[in-house]
Design a protein around this ligand. Sequence first.
Ligand code: GDP
Ligand code: IMO
Ligand code: MG
Length: 423
Amino acid sequence: MKKVDVLLGLQWGDEGKGKIVDVVTPKYDIIARFQGGPNAGHTLIFDGKKFVLHTIPSGIFRDETINIIGNGVVIDPIIIRAEIEKLEALGIDVVSKLLISKKAHLILPTHKILDKYSEEQKGIKKIGSTLKGIGPTYMDKTGRNGLRMGDSLADTFKEKYDNLVTKHQAILGDYDYQVMLAEFEPQWFEAMEYLSKFTLIDSEHYINEALLSGKTILAEGAQGTMLDIDFGTYPFVTSSNTVTAGTCTGLGVAPNRIGEVIGIFKAYCTRVGSGPFPSELDNEVGENIRTLGHEYGATTGRNRRCGWIDLPALKYAIMINGATQLSMMKADVLDTFEEIEVCTHYEINGEKFDYFPYDINSLDVIPVYKKMKGWNTDLTTLTKLEDAPKEFLDYIVYLEQELQTPITIVSVGPDRAQTIIRN
Ligand code: GDP
Ligand code: IMO
Ligand code: MG
């Protein structure tokens, strides 16, 4: 029986998951998202065009591939409708290529309002949420109050919706939300109507039957390991399990049906939103990386915080995910750097740490760096590593030794074509 391969982020998101899923999709019959929602922004660039996907799996541009939105995903009907309409305008037959789990939870307009309300209540301690309603929707899921895609098939849908909104209104009290609700609610119901042309499935059955019949499946993660609800830098995280285990619960795949786990990381590191980031460069170097790497959010447009690669965090992510191979992204962004630094461990109160301590949020963490010579070469036209400068190969070999995992994909530019697959 075939297994499900998994591709997910090892840092704080935006590692380049969309690009690599698109690159490897021809190897797979099915691409499936297992968690997250429209907080994600996955960018694909090919034939000189750029696309950003939020809820739809990044296999949607390839003709033969089926794309599944699993039960672990949360869906905003308004946002997914806009995504679908953009794809349809490009001539893509989304209806025949996209299947949605009946068990996926719905993001209501009031979930978005609650997200905004929650962040305003937190003030300077805010998470820096994308304000897409992710946290409140997963709260209703685990609180057993949620509304699911499959509920839209029943006559009681509107009643269930109203009951949930009444609960939300009780929380919101006299918070000023009426204008937002009046704006989104009609669009939300129109979008639900629009989505009725899509096939709703029991994704766990669909996926397991597909495996039995010899189909190949890739699970596409959203966010990154350090944003995982359990293993990330809590509370500055998202509200789902972004790690390999999330594939099991978010698609209905048994742990022994997981195959290769491809962990993606940037040759440096970024984070958007609040929370600890020991190797952050709050200086000219960091600004340089931001400008050269176009590090602005694909969903919110916010500046991404930039810094050097963080080995303790990466080792942790590889351990939690059981990553079997790695994909290194955006090395080209460092093409002009004389020197590149790698955070090898941290110092806290004079003590050496090679992991994130539990109370990292309240500690003064000093990153300790190893300096490496930059390659000072334009990598964007590189097609095979044999032609790469020695310093770049040294960087790859050093990371592989430290991380004890092979780097099988090296990305040297945003385009689909700027990808080197190693044997
Ligand atoms: P995702 O959320 O993990 O899919 O990543 P995002 O799409 O949010 O952010 C990655 C950004 O880096 C996008 O703008 C990509 O087009 C871009 N990108 C991906 N790979 C590379 C690369 O190797 N080099 C450069 N320069 N840009 C890349
Ligand atoms: P992709 O899939 C980067 C961050 C937000 C915030 C925290 C919680 O494109 O890598 P949420 O809206 O989930 O309540 O926000 O998580 N965040 C992301 N950062 N990439 C993402 O997705 C993200 N999705 C959420 O910035 O700090
Ligand atoms: Mg992104």
